[in-house]
Ligand binder design. Structure first.
Ligand SMILES: *[C@@H]1O[C@H](CO)[C@@H](O)[C@H](O)[C@H]1NC(C)=O
Ligand SMILES: *[C@@H]1O[C@H](CO)[C@@H](O)[C@H](O)[C@H]1NC(C)=O
Length: 505
């Protein structure tokens, strides 16, 4: 569960104010159509973030819809209301229609689960036709961010509108709850319910999750076991989930898609990276005539190993080396003054400034829209993330899809795809115990910091070899995780579920 280690969702529920987006209502029995319509209207409007001013955390439902949407929306609502009235569970011959999949995930928030969920639905949309499955989506599991929504490509936003409006009755629906288990019904914090009406009504319920330590909490194990199946992205998770007590028959590996069409180096121009005002050191381009760019993308938390990265980089390089480290980081339960955090870290670490000056470190503006990400990777010589544990490691695979050589810790999620041919896998020095937070007592990996220095030096000295591994990385991403390949795997799973259900009936 990306970001769920020391997740405030479980530890301090009050800091996560409830999303304004009401849960989807299914039209069975007691709930009045009117309430259903009001809820839907609010959902629909909330999804239409276009009208909002950035800076407002939540968008209040208003009639400020894009004019082009209004008549269609009303029509849609009327349609839904009449369906609601007529609908009787079991009234349809469900076997004659393609299965309906309701994918519930933090579509309107940034973060690992969100980008992963977007990757699944865009893959399914592109490669699994309406004749194979009917796909419906809803927001679930995290706070909505207007900024994130506005940064999405236009096609994504329009896809969200479209898929949100798919109509299915709950008894013919396979619900996928794509979030950390604490968000699943009944949720431990305020979020829309998944599955929406509990476990009895849907045809089948899947929990799609992952974790970054070596085990699962007993409470999470129990939540996994309430699901009909638990989809995890890697072999690492299949074994850690089973070892922790999740019913082995329920655990299914389903890898993540990587958007190899969006993250395609042939389609993007490199962004001109800022060279003014580094947090530390000074621009070395002028004096050395070149600059080898290291990039890291992460949330500012201990798990990501930013401390290991800064120390290795600053000890290995100085200004004379003509390298630069760019950090694209975002806050994680902390303030955003990363510049001060870096300076304080360097001061406290006791490192001595090299005589010719620090190798420079730059902060990239974290508000860079999602649509500009490929251009940042394109400007990068090597991506580096010495993290202590990853569910999957989306920035790593994005860099790989962009043919950027990567240095990343060979433990947890990334073991699914890192090899000596397509990357520079960083060894684990030892396992370390989490000493605080909700996952106290779990273990994760401490990356080998000396080897990290060696690998960073190696790519600077062997750029051609590094580029070769980068090309191999893209080809591996295409072969194993392209939208088409993964959409096929999802459809297989769905058909398998439907097949088993109809046998049982
Ligand atoms: C990475 O880790 C996996 C799983 O532990 C292991 O099988 C593999 O040999 C490792 N790769 C390298 C290059 O060390
Ligand atoms: C469907 O049944 C087959 C054969 O019994 C089993 O191997 C498979 O795991 C089942 N699939 C699901 C999703 O339950």
């Amino acid at each position: 569960m990306s970001g769920s280690v020391n997740n405030t969702n479980t530890s301090t529920p009050s800091s996560q104010s409830p999303p304004t987006l009401p849960q989807r209502r299914f039209g069975f029995g007691r709930r009045s159509s009117l309430f259903y319509a009001a809820a839907l209207l609010a959902v629909f409007v909330a999804v239409t973030f276009k009208i909002s001013t950035p800076g407002h955390r939540f968008v209040l439902p208003s009639l400020g819809l894009h004019p082009a949407l209004r008549p269609g929306l009303l029509h849609k609502l009327q349609g839904l209301i009449s369906i609601t009235r007529q609908q009787q569970p079991g009234a349809r011959h469900i076997s004659e229609r393609p299965p309906c999949v309701l994918w519930m995930a933090p579509f309107l928030s940034s973060g690992g689960y969100s980008s992963e969920a977007w990757a699944y639905i865009t893959s399914l949309r592109a490669h699994a036709g309406d004749s194979q499955l009917r796909l419906q989506i809803d927001h679930h599991g995290d706070l909505q961010s207007v900024e994130f929504w506005l940064g999405l490509p236009e096609e994504s936003r329009s896809l969200a509108h479209q898929l949100h409006a798919t109509e299915c009755s709950i008894d013919e629906t396979i619900v996928v709850c794509h979030s950390e288990p604490g968000a699943w019904y009944p949720p431990l914090f305020e979020t829309s319910l998944c599955p929406p009406t509990g476990y009895k009504d849907p045809l089948f319920v899947v929990g799609r999750t992952m974790f970054e330590t070596d085990r699962l909490n007993p409470a999470h194990v129990a939540r996994c076991n309430r699901m009909d199946a638990v989809w995890v992205p890697t072999e690492f998770h299949v074994s850690s989930f089973r070892r922790s007590g999740v019913d082995p028959a329920k655990v299914v590996k389903l890898v993540q898609p990587v958007d190899v069409e969006f993250f395609d180096p042939a389609k993007h121009e490199a962004l001109v990276l800022p060279s003014k005002a580094p947090v530390l050191g000074s621009n070395s381009r002028a004096s050395t005539g070149r600059e080898f760019v290291f990039l890291s993308v992460f949330k500012w938390e201990h798990r990501k190993g930013w401390d290991v990265l800064l120390k290795a980089y600053l000890e290995e390089f100085s200004k004379a080396d003509g390298v630069a480290l760019y950090l694209l980081t975002s806050a994680y339960h902390s303030d955003k003054d990363f510049s001060t955090k870096i300076k304080v870290f360097v001061e406290r670490s006791g490192m001595k400034e090299p005589t010719d000056g620090w190798a420079p470190i730059y902060l990239l503006d974290a508000h860079i829209p999602q649509s500009d990400l490929p251009r940042i990777y394109k400007a990068t010589d090597t991506f580096v993330l010495p993290s202590r544990g990853e569910g999957w490691g989306r920035p790593i695979v994005e860099a790989m899809a962009m043919s950027v050589p990567v240095i990343a810790t060979n433990w947890s999620g990334p073991t699914e795809y890192l090899t000596e041919d397509n990357a520079y896998p960083l060894s684990v020095a030892r396992m370390s115990e989490l000493v605080e937070g909700p996952f106290k007592g779990h273990f994760w990996a401490e990356p080998a910091s000396d080897q990290l220095k060696g690998l960073m030096r190696h790519v600077v000295n062997n750029p051609e070899e590094a580029r070769r591994r980068g090309r191999q990385a893209r080809s591996d991403m295409i072969e194993r995780f392209s939208p088409q390949v993964v959409a096929g795997l999802v459809v297989d799973q769905i058909l398998n579920i439907v097949g088993n259900r109809s046998k049982r009936d």
